[in-house]
Design a protein around this ligand. Structure first.
Ligand SMILES: [Zn+2]
Length: 162
């Protein structure tokens, strides 16, 4: 999990760093942390790995079985698709972390203005996805900067040398 480039409508307007509503179950308000095990799911008295009898090890309780069934049947929905380009963090459920740009080039320019190398910004935009962290060749890259480093490693493997 890390960063992703999403294609969203140019007028897509969702607050930055706020989880997209389609990724949050509308039924979570009918779920409560188990009061007997405080959400751990284990028996509080022994903590010997025995499941909590109250919640069955889930760490929480649905107010009624109907809410649990509804939540099980629920599927997250992605944001609308459009012409724009936007960076999302997908470490948790997923939320936008950049403005929406009309072109991929404008997105790359933005990443450069945020302090990333142009080559790594371009590699990230081309790949459309980057993990939170990647370590190779004695280097450690984060988020947007990981893709270029991964590509370098791939190139090394393909040519068969170090
Ligand atoms: Zn419990």
């Amino acid at each position: 999990m890390g960063r992703e480039v999403k294609r969203v409508p140019l007028d897509f307007d969702w607050p930055l760093e706020k989880t997209w509503e389609g990724y949050l179950s509308p039924y979570s308000e009918y779920w409560r942390e188990c009061p007997f095990c405080n959400g751990i799911g284990l028996n509080r008295i022994t903590s010997s790995g025995r499941y909590c009898e109250c919640c069955g090890g889930d760490g929480g309780i649905w107010l009624t079985p109907e809410w649990k069934a509804k939540d099980d049947a629920w599927e997250p929905t992605d944001p609308p698709i459009g012409e724009g380009w936007q960076v999302w963090e997908i470490v948790s459920e997923g939320s936008p972390v950049s403005p929406v740009f009309a072109t991929k080039e404008a997105l790359v320019d933005y990443l450069v203005s945020e302090g990333h190398m142009r080559s790594s910004s371009q590699a990230f935009a081309d790949a459309g996805w980057a993990p939170s962290m990647f370590v190779a060749n004695g280097k450690c890259a984060h988020d947007v900067d990981t893709v270029e480093l991964m590509n370098q490693c791939k190139a090394v493997q393909e040519t068969g040398g170090m």
